[in-house]
Structure formats: C-alpha cells, structure tokens
Design a protein around this ligand. Structure first.
Ligand code: NA7
Length: 536
C-alpha cells in the first residue's frame, strides 16, 4: 500500500553506501532538490548490512575512503583493512562532515520506479511511505543488495539459528562453544571461518569450490600512525584513475615467460610478501589471459598453501594438484590464518561435490554421507550480484517496458551507467562497469563525477531527457563481452559471469578494460557532448 503524499524532486538517489552519499553531497552542493532513500536504518550500504563477525574490506586504506580532504585530514583508521563497525563509524563521520543526514530517508525500500513520458518524471514508490516524482532516478544499490540462499528442502524445519551473514543482528549471536556450520567459501565464508572456528565447540565449513585466497597482511595502526603519510594522499587518490583496479598498482609490464624460473619465483615471492591483491593485480598481466601463465601462478600459490596444511586430504581439497579454476578469475579473497585453522581437531571441511547437501533437517544438515548436528548454520552463499538489487526495484521505462524483460536476453547499458528506454536514470557500481574490480569509493567518485556532470549538462541546456542510444549500448555490450572473451574469466563459474545463481543468464557482468580505459571513455563521451546518448 502506498500513501497519497507525493514529493517533487530534481533527483532521487537510492542507497546510502559510497555511491549514494557521494552523489547526494555533490548534488546538494549544486543546489539540487534531492533526496536519498535507503532500505536500511542508517548509512553504510554493504557495511550497514554485513556486520557478521570478521566482516571487513579487502582494499587497503587509504584506497577505501573518499578523496575529499575535509574527510581524510580529520579521520584516522585503526586498521589497514578496516572492519565493518569501523566502516560504519566512517560513514557517520562522512554524514556529519558533509551535513547530508537531513536529506536521507531510511527504512525506505523502493519497489516501484516508473518513467512517465508525459511529464518526463520518474514516479518512485515506497510501500507504506511516500511517492517521489523526480526528474532523475539514481540507483546506487551496489553489487550485493540481493542475498542468495539455495532452496534446499527443509530450511524452515531447522531448530537452531539459520542465517545469511548479511542479516547478522546488531546485538550479535552467542557463538561460544556452539556447533557451527558455515556454507560457502567466498570472502564471507573465509572471514566467518576465521572468527567462528576458534569459538565453536565444533566447526564445519561446507565447500563447493576452494577459494584461492591470498594473505591479507592486516596491520594495526598505532596511535594514529597510518602506513601511508597523509601528504601522499592527494597523489594516491589522483593515481586511482591510472591503475587497472583503481588502486596504486597495476599489472607488471612483463609477461610470465619473459622471466626464467628463478626470476619468476623471485617476482612471485616479492608479490607474496607484499600481501593483499599484489599477487593478483600487480602480477604478470598475462595470468588472466593465458592458461599456461595462469597455471604458473596457481602452482606457486598452491605450494604456499600446502605448506600450511597438515594432511594430504586438506591439501587436496583446498589446493588440488590440478587447479580447480583459473586463478584470479573468481573474485579473489584475502585471508588471515584461514588455512591453519583446519589443522585443529574441532574444525572440519566437507566437500559438497563429494557429499552434497540432501536436505536441511531439524538438527542440522543431511548430506549424502551422514547427518550433521548444528546449533548455528551460516549460509554464506553470496548474492544475486551486480544486477539483482536493481532488478528488484521493478523499474519500468518507456512504453511500459520492464528492466527485467529488457535485460532478459542480455544486459544492455551504455557505459555501464544508463539503459536505453530508461531515460534520466543513471546507476553506479552496476553491470558493464569496472564494478568490484575497482573498489567502492574509487568507483563512486569516478562514476559519480561523470553522472553529476551529465545532470548539469542537461540542466544548463534545458533538456528534458537523456537516453542511452540503442546503437551505443549494443556496441558497449559487445565490447564488454569481447574483452571478457579474450580473458580466462569465461572458463570459470563465478558471480562475475552471473552464473552463481541458478537460471541467471551467463554473461560477463564486469567491464574488464581497467579503470584508465574506462575513465578515458567517460571523458571522451562528456567532451563530445554525450555522443552515444539522445538528448531531448
Ligand atoms: P560469494 O563470493 O558469491 O561466495 C558464495 C559461496 O557460496 C561460494 O563459495 C559458493 O560456491 C557457495 N555457494 C553458493 N551457492 C551454493 C550452493 N547451492 N551449494 C553450495 N555452495 C554454494 O559470496 P560472498 O558473500 O562470500 O562474497 C561476495 C563478495 O563480497 C566477494 O566476492 C567480495 O567482493 C566481497 P561456488 O564458489 O559457487 O562453488
């Protein structure tokens, strides 16, 4: 049910994560009549929801923060990879500094957004709340707004606690000496294991695919000392646009076999010692394109991990002789002592390929092998990533066309931010953009600046609407697919390829051309008065 109150706006933003708050601040500064609606009760986006034990970002500070000096000059982090609570505190600081709180409406879930051609306005409805009538509709719902839980038989019959990590209650869950299962080995599963296994009386990780995780090398910041001196911040932020992943390093210029085995090993060791994503995004670039190069990297990774595992079975399950998939072609996770935990007697690994889940029973999980008893089952099975959150809003464009139908035979966007037939709608951190290759704050600024400039162009020139052209969108989709097809990504099942969700169309959801190319294309588009768009 909707109330009758209608609020007129220049722009309605959806989502109080990095993308949404950045656009809100910038549009407010330009005098727009703008509001932000958010389904959660507070700021933070993924960090509002993901408060499970161990939830933390895998991008090092200062890359995971806004570049506004009003913020970084006055904010001090406690860890190089901040946890979820610290990130929520950062969002509070951002909201206060930018003074955006009064323009946000929380606990507002958009479930209908319809373009009205007569008025050139979006009609956006919040059940139980108001209706917004806005010139621009700006979804910033991010890549992980829709959880995924497999439809195993019997879930409702489970007598203990069954939970998806993104619904972890703010008051926490008593974990001490409990029998705990975690299903799923993505970043959430790895982080949960690290926190829960040491507390549980019995801990079991259910694995379908091994996570080829890299050492995080977390660092505590002592008395406000950050690893990077703040004088260097402006340069670092400027450098985001010139690195493939929106951070301060890029792939090596050499290829894997340009070096002899000793030289190669020395390169791998240096990358490994550095920690975080260096072994992935500062490595030989051909690793993601040549299977032979990829196997070299995998074999090095495997030796490192096997040395940390006591039993041949564990080595075989976590780091098999033949690589389970191309290294770096599923989203890489960072770990802190994850593998060693499995050497403990109360920590076990179930291979779900060998012994699949048959059903959930009142006491736990029945696999094809046996019944497992649990007090708590954490279903860390991920998200209907990248497109799921947007499609859930029931967005309807010109002539009543539903976004869900329009994308049913493949995602169509121009520049990963606009959809033909859906005028005056711009989104960030969605499909066909460098989403999740480039981190949240970097993408929020890169895409957000472009979107705000586009809105200004429309306003200053008195246009009523802007549409992504069909031809430009077709070319963009073909380009995204062509780059993906040159890489090893399509050889692997992953949410990058849309195939972590049964029935979801398989296609590369990410623009893999890297941030510098993406940035150049955005600049050229704006400089050409928005070639590839129809301004009316
Ligand atoms: P992910 O990375 O999508 O991980 C989900 C995990 O759940 C993954 O190991 C999946 O196995 C597993 N899964 C999903 N469905 C099933 C079924 N039906 N049976 C068994 N196992 C299943 O989600 P996360 O929340 O960990 O991380 C999401 C992103 O957040 C991450 O990439 C970072 O960018 C931050 P699979 O690997 O598909 O075999």
């Amino acid at each position: 049910e909707y109330t009758l109150q209608v609020i007129d706006l220049d722009a309605l933003i959806v989502g109080a994560g990095f993308g949404g708050v950045y656009q809100l601040k910038n549009l407010l500064d330009l005098g727009y009549n703008v509001k932000l609606v958010e389904s959660g009760k507070d700021f933070g986006g993924v960090w509002y929801w993901n408060r499970y034990p161990g939830a933390r970002v895998d991008i090092p500070i200062p890359h995971y923060e806004f570049s506004d000096a009003k913020l970084w000059k006055h904010w001090t982090w406690k860890q190089r990879f901040p946890g979820s609570a610290e990130l929520r505190a950062y969002f509070q600081f951002v909201a206060d500094t930018w003074d955006i709180r009064d323009h946000c409406v929380f606990e507002s879930y958009v479930n209908s957004a319809v373009w009205n051609a007569e008025t050139s306005k979006w009609i956006v409805k919040i059940p139980g709340g108001v209706t917004y009538r806005a010139t621009f509709f700006l979804p910033n719902t991010g890549f992980a707004a829709k959880r995924y839980i497999p439809d195993w038989k019997g879930i409702a019959s489970f007598k203990g606690i069954w939970i998806h990590p993104s619904f972890w209650p703010a008051e926490g869950i008593d974990l001490k000496d409990k029998r705990i299962a975690v299903i799923g080995t993505g970043s959430s599963g790895v982080q949960l294991t690290q926190e829960l296994a040491p507390l549980a009386s019995e801990f079991v990780l259910f694995q379908r695919t091994p996570n080829l995780a890299l050492p995080m090398k977390q660092q505590e910041f002592d008395k406000g000392t950050q690893t990077v001196p703040k004088e260097r911040y402006p340069d670092l932020f400027a450098g985001r646009k010139s690195s493939f992943g929106g951070i301060d390093y890029s792939f090596a210029t050499q290829k894997t076999f340009d070096h002899n085995p000793e030289e190669r090993r020395a390169v791998y060791e240096t990358l490994w010692a550095h920690g975080d994503f260096h072994f992935w995004l500062a490595a030989y670039g051909d690793m993601l394109f040549s299977d032979e190069a990829n196997t070299e990297a995998y074999d090095f990774w495997r030796d490192k991990v096997c040395a940390r595992l006591d039993s041949p079975r564990l080595r075989d399950k976590f780091a098999p002789t033949v690589k389970p998939h191309a290294f770096g072609c599923k989203r890489v996770s960072l770990e802190n002592g994850f593998y060693e935990l499995f050497n403990r007697s109360n920590v076990q690994l179930v291979d779900m390929n060998e012994t699949p889940v048959v059903e959930i029973i009142p006491n736990g999980i029945r696999t094809s092998e046996k019944e497992w008893d649990f007090d708590i089952v954490v279903c860390a099975t991920g998200f209907d990533a990248v497109t799921g959150g947007m499609l859930d809003m029931n967005i309807v464009g010109r002539g009543g066309i539903k976004l869900r139908d329009f994308w049913s035979d493949g995602v169509k966007t121009n520049l990963g931010m606009c959809v033909p037939q859906f005028p005056n709608m711009f989104f960030t951190y969605g499909p066909q953009a460098p989403t999740a290759l480039c981190n949240g704050p970097s993408c929020a600024e890169l895409q957000g600046d472009w979107i705000v400039d586009a809105l200004e162009h429309i306003r200053k020139n008195n246009y009523k609407s802007i549409d992504a052209s069909e031809e430009a969108s077709k070319a963009w989709a073909e380009g995204v697919a062509a780059i993906a097809n040159m890489s090893l990504l399509p050889t692997t099942r992953s949410w990058y390829m849309g195939d972590n969700i049964p029935g979801k169309r398989r296609e590369c959801l990410i623009y893999l051309g890297g941030v510098p190319n993406y940035y150049k294309i955005l600049e050229e588009c704006a400089a050409s008065n928005y070639e590839g768009f129809v301004l009316a």
